[in-house]
Design a protein around this ligand. Structure first.
Ligand code: ZN
Length: 190
């Protein structure tokens, strides 16, 4: 259960690891990150496990190469639990890093302008080469009541503002994604 005496003082000690050839542990929110530009072969899935207590927040193992994004996923979860008062809601990563495809193998720097998932290499339609997902600066999250209704902005927006380094875009809110009503979050300062 969530048990923190102060919402501002929760300890960031996430169990974060990646199991494809190397291991990484998140130790500090100040760890620097070098933005990833368009590359033909982005880091491939599976991405990191992101656990709070025993709850897995990234069950789809979406690739999230930016440590700040991973920490934000945890901060937002903890802030929501503190604000709502319980953990009985659906919260999981549904989208992460993407990359722009190359015209052909070995064709460095020549991109096809199609955007693909770094997790499973499927093409992502309605995403552009300028997407913050391509820069490793965004994450999509399902934040819903178990009834299937997304937890409204009135609750989520202040938590994003007060507990995370994420921001919302007016045109990229849950209501703008009728298929799944996900929250698209982007780092404030990439
Ligand atoms: Zn998104």
């Amino acid at each position: 259960m969530f048990s923190s005496s102060s919402p501002r003082c929760f300890r960031l000690d996430p169990e974060v690891s990646e199991n494809h050839g190397y291991n990484r542990t998140v130790n500090s929110a100040t760890e620097t990150y070098k933005p990833k530009q368009s590359i033909k072969n982005g880091k491939s899935g599976p991405g990191p496990s992101i656990k709070y207590n025993s709850r897995e927040l990234n069950p789809g193992r979406y690739v999230l190469s930016n440590t700040r994004v991973i920490i934000g996923v945890l901060q937002l979860y903890m802030g929501l639990v503190y604000t709502i008062g319980h953990e009985d809601f659906d919260y999981q990563v549904t989208g992460g890093d993407r990359y722009v495809g190359a015209v052909s193998a070995g064709d460095n720097g020549v991109f096809d302008e199609r955007v693909y998932s770094s997790t499973n290499h499927s093409q992502i339609y309605n995403s552009t080469s300028g997407s913050s997902h391509v820069r490793g600066a965004s994450v999509d999250l399902r934040i819903k009541w178990y009834s299937g209704i997304y937890i409204p902005l009135d609750i989520v927006r202040p938590v994003i503002r007060d507990y995370t380094d994420f921001m919302l875009y007016p045109g990229a809110l849950p209501e703008n994604y009728p298929n799944d009503n996900h929250y698209h979050l982007k780092l404030r300062n990439e």
